[in-house]
Design a protein around this ligand. Structure first.
Ligand code: ADP
Ligand code: MG
Length: 327
């Protein structure tokens, strides 16, 4: 979790999707294999995330809400200050300071569940008994209710939900082993089933990227020393309708990186008409010592120590996948 903290540092409570991101990452950190996300009104009214992870013991529930410099957070009237501060491992406390947040949890060792919520300007944490299976539910109501300027910046319900949906697509592609259900205004919108076999994985790929992508997908697989590339690229013939599908993960973390993008584009160049974009879902595994993922936490950039080499490796892997696709 410490590493996740470091990377999450610099993230901001910008909109409902940023809240969902922090909460779902907490659920994943807790070892959840199933996460249920309920959204109302694009997240401005309700964000509720339930997981079956290991839960939080009663004694630490309050801590989770108030730990580190909670007093610092609660004395900040101005959300901008929180933004510049970043989370620094204070996601729950930060979110709690700009919403009505309740966290309910039960561990395997406990017979009963407990709910915690912070109240008033000093954000005093209250605990009460609750009913809940092993795992955790975080409910965030009325996001930005006490920061009207920030609330005013929320876009339409549809737009905000779209950001949440897109975020969960990225997460769904990084954790095939976790079941994720997304509801909006009571309606089940996405149902990503836990998938282990190749067939199941392709089913999730289609659920996230659409059937046309799967239909035109070419498998990519190349390994060399510490470096491994796998995933799918869209056959150029099928790329036209797939412009927005560009997912790239480095050691399981979503990245948007110039070097990677450039290598992919270049490999595609010969076969892709100039008005089209490459479509891909790619996973790069590399020795963690060979990569620095903390360059720009918010921008999802990486720095490879041997950038040139990684670039050529990706180029090669994609070239050969494209060639195999033609036979
Ligand atoms: P961080 O994740 O950076 O430690 P957070 O504010 O996001 O900080 O969470 C605070 C702590 O609360 C976590 O370190 C973890 O111990 C606990 N926690 C939060 N969400 C969950 C969850 N869904 N399941 C189990 N523990 C959780
Ligand atoms: Mg966290």
């Amino acid at each position: 979790a410490r590493l996740a903290n470091q990377i999450a540092a610099g993230e901001v409570v910008e909109r409902p999707a940023s809240v969902v991101k922090e909460l779902v990452e907490n659920s994943l950190d807790a070892g959840a294999t199933r996460i249920d996300i309920d959204i109302d009104k694009g997240g401005s009214r309700t964000i509720r995330i339930r997981d079956n992870g290991k839960g939080i013991v009663k004694d630490e529930l309050g801590l989770a809400l108030s730990r580190h410099a909670t007093s610092k957070i609660s004395s900040l009237d101005d959300l901008e200050a929180i933004v510049s501060l970043g989370f620094r491992g204070e996601a729950l406390a930060s979110i709690s300071s700009v919403s009505r947040l309740t966290i309910t949890s039960r561990t395997q060792a406990q017979d009963e569940a407990w709910s915690a919520y912070a109240e008033g300007r000093d954000m005093e944490v209250k605990l009460k008994p609750a009913a809940h299976p092993v795992g955790t539910t975080v409910e965030v109501l009325d996001l930005f209710f006490n920061t009207p300027a920030r609330r005013k910046f929320l876009r339409t319900e549809k737009t905000e939900f779209g950001h949440i949906d897109e975020l969960l697509k990225r997460i769904a592609l990084s954790r095939f082993d976790v079941a994720i259900n997304l509801r909006h205004n009571g309606k089940l919108v996405r149902q990503y089933r836990a998938s282990a076999t190749q067939v199941q994985k392709e089913r999730r790929l289609a659920a996230v990227c659409g059937n046309p992508f799967l239909k035109h997908a070419l498998a990519v697989e190349l390994e060399h020393g510490d470096l491994k590339l796998s995933g799918w690229i869209c056959n150029p013939q099928g790329a036209r309708a797939q412009n927005d599908i560009q997912y790239c993960y480095v050691n399981g973390r979503m990245m948007k990186d110039k070097l990677i993008n450039h290598a992919i584009r270049q490999a595609y160049e010969a076969s892709l008409p100039s008005d089209q974009y490459a479509a891909y879902v790619l996973f790069i595994e590399v020795d963690p010592h060979q990569v620095d993922v903390n360059v720009h936490p918010a921008k999802h950039e990486v720095r490879f120590h041997q950038g040139r080499w990684v670039h050529d490796f990706i180029y090669q892997a994609i070239q050969s996948a494209l060639h195999q696709g033609w036979h």
